[in-house]
Design a protein around this ligand. Sequence first.
Ligand code: TYC
Length: 115
Amino acid sequence: MHWPARLGPAGNAGGGPGNGTSLATRTVTRPKRPDLFRVLLLNDDYTPMEFVVHVIMRFFNRTEEEATRIMLHVHHHGVGECGVYTYEVAETKVTQVMAYARDNQHPLQCVMEKK
Ligand code: TYC
């Protein structure tokens, strides 16, 4: 990212037009990268594989091939990542998946963790 040349590395305006000998400063606030959160599915012994694939396609916008790969990873390793999102989006995904699994009487669990 390139700031205007008249701005110092601290982000405070130094000299330059309009700033003269004034004591006033302007502060450049750099946009901070937002915290990111992984949304994970957990394995269980009861949720059908085809339901998990359907969930991953529906809520995480994955192709059937990607969803199958993720489902099998969870099946074999116990946990797997479906996507990475900002806090509010991740929280919404978790809430939607948990509600959908419960509505369909499956014990599928979905959680989020900070990256
Ligand atoms: N282990 C489940 C089965 O054998 C399939 C499954 C995969 C369940 C992933 C949950 O997150 C999960 N039917």
